[in-house]
Design a protein around this ligand. Structure first.
Ligand code: ADP
Length: 510
């Protein structure tokens, strides 16, 4: 079933809008027509009621019935008024066992042949010259037509007898008639042709249909325009996203001047695309740098091997070459291990132990391990190591301290010094490694943690200096929920500060 409807939101909105518009217009049209009809007929009914009341009051007050035929008619004045012998003719006699009026009024008989004349005032309410005007008819209890206006239609049938004296309305052949029965069972009826009224109402209905159709057409057209207009930015977003997905990462979604939801969405998507582009660029750069870094030792290996094999060598020469190849291979292994570690850190696959440890103990052990190197360079090292309980992987944290210490040794000046401190701080524990080395120029500081970034490649081109040490250090620190910052001054020295969250009671059981 769902496939019968178009999938585009635009078309679904359009369909819903059309459906709702049709519902609203139909509801409005029906309500308007019925209110108009109700109001119209209520006015007619009021008129009929007024006339019926006038007739009734005359019948009750005078009474308007003349004496039976053959007797004097003392109270009817100049004689019978315009009597209308309706085509219905005298109705069949009523009474008998089924007569609902039995016991409440005089029986039929001498009252059957009475005459009735309305007063001129009431007569004016029934203009006989108006074929569509009001008419009246009066039947005796037995259904005999007693009187009626000359414009009354020929085929009016007397209403079925009722036990009440209330006014009732009936509609017969484009005529609307109000009637009621008097206490003694006579039926008075006032009516009017409603053909002209029905024509008016039909014209009104036609007008409503035309107006509704016009409003529907305009509404659908306007709605389609509005929806298309509202969807234009979304389509632009879709088109731009399509081009970006196809590989054009520098493509951006056009953002309108307005500060609406779509403009904000476009802004967020553009920011996301910019980050994606930067990440891809970084990734590309990383792969290129990694390939480059690996190619150098590879080239060294191949060149040395080729040169050695070019002619016969002494055993000593072979040993030299093999030693050199081993160094290069170890450098290559360190590089690939660093790359692998970074890739695992990136992917969150590095398996960290999460155990309570003391950063001071870790730092002390690292210092001891590097002491020969420090001595070899003629450097002084000072330690100020306060108990610093942390939680994490002691091996990885040791790698952090070793990286920072080895940098402090490599990039120090002759007879310089290194100061290692650690202790608790406001939010946890911190470790500082400061040296009196060459320092880092301010323009290099922001990129110092980038992969393969080296301030002076010639200086840091020593074996094992891959430009990945600080990147790995930062990744390990961040994986422990910590931060690493650097302050440095060219020619004066550099200080790295690592901050780690303190161990919590829960960590003891981790
Ligand atoms: P590398 O293996 O080249 O030392 P690192 O990632 O450890 O790579 O360091 C990146 C660069 O940062 C180094 O090449 C060096 O230029 C600079 N650097 C790191 N530590 C220090 C320091 N303590 N003093 C001066 N420069 C430093």
């Amino acid at each position: 079933m769902a496939h019968l409807f178009p999938k585009s939101i635009q078309w679904r909105l359009q369909a819903w809008q059309g459906f709702l518009l049709v519902c609203v217009l139909t509801g409005f049209g029906f309500t308007a027509y019925h209110l108009q009809r109700l109001n119209h007929f209520r006015q007619i009914d009021d008129e009929l009621d007024r006339r019926l009341a006038a007739l009734n009051s005359e019948i009750v007050a005078r009474p308007p019935f003349g004496p039976p035929h053959g007797s004097a008619r003392p109270d009817l004045g100049p004689g019978p008024g315009p009597l209308h012998d309706g085509p219905g003719g005298p109705g069949g006699p009523r009474g008998g066992p089924g007569d609902p009026f039995d016991g409440r009024r005089p029986p039929d008989g001498p009252f059957e042949n009475r005459t009735f004349q309305v007063s001129p005032a009431t007569q004016r309410l029934f203009d006989p010259s108006d074929a569509n005007g009001f008419y009246y008819l009066l039947w005796s209890r037995s259904g005999t037509l007693i009187a009626g206006s000359t414009n009354a239609p020929a085929n009016v049938v007397p209403p079925a007898p009722r036990t009440d004296t209330l006014t009732h309305i009936r509609v017969r052949q484009s005529r609307r008639e109000a009637y009621h029965f008097t206490e003694i069972g006579e039926c008075i009826l006032a009516g009017r042709s409603i053909r002209a009224d029905l024509d008016i109402l039909n014209r009104f209905a036609g007008f409503l249909v035309v107006a509704g159709g016009t409003v529907l057409t305009l509404g659908l057209g306007g709605g389609a325009w509005l929806i298309r207009h509202a969807f234009r930015p979304l389509n632009a977003i879709g088109t731009a996203a399509h081009r970006i997905a196809a590989g054009n990462l520098s493509e951006r979604i056009p953002v309108g001047q307005t500060d609406d939801e779509l403009a904000r969405l476009a802004g967020v998507l553009n920011a996301t695309f910019a980050r994606l582009e930067a990440a891809f660029a970084l990734q590309r750069q990383f792969v290129a740098d990694a390939s480059h870094e690996m190619r150098t030792p590879m080239t060294v290996l191949i060149t040395e091997a080729q040169a050695t094999l070019a002619r016969t060598r002494t055993a000593e020469e072979y040993r030299e070459t093999l030693k050199s190849c081993l160094d290069t291979a170890q450098q290559l292994r360190r590089l690939t291990e660093s790359l692998l570690q970074l890739a695992q850190l990136d992917a969150g696959q590095e398996s960290f132990q999460h155990q309570p440890c003391d950063l001071a103990d870790i730092a002390r052990a690292c210092v001891e391990r590097l002491r020969p190197l420090v001595a070899e360079r003629g450097l002084r090292i000072e330690c100020d190591l306060l108990p610093s309980p942390a939680c994490g992987d002691a091996g990885r944290l040791g790698q952090v301290v070793t990286n920072l210490l080895s940098n402090a040794v490599v990039y120090n000046r002759d007879r310089g010094s290194i100061r290692v401190r650690c202790g608790p701080h406001a939010d946890g524990v911190c470790l500082s490694v400061a040296d009196t080395g060459i320092g880092i120029a301010p323009e290099h500081l922001p990129r110092i943690f980038d992969r393969f970034y080296r301030v002076d490649p010639s200086r840091s081109g020593a074996p094992g200096r891959t430009g990945l040490g600080l990147a790995i250090t930062k990744a390990i620190v961040e994986a422990h929920g910590g931060t690493i910052t650097v302050t440095s001054e060219s020619g004066v020295g550099t200080e790295f500060i690592v901050r780690l969250p303190a161990a919590t009671p829960g960590d003891q059981h981790a």
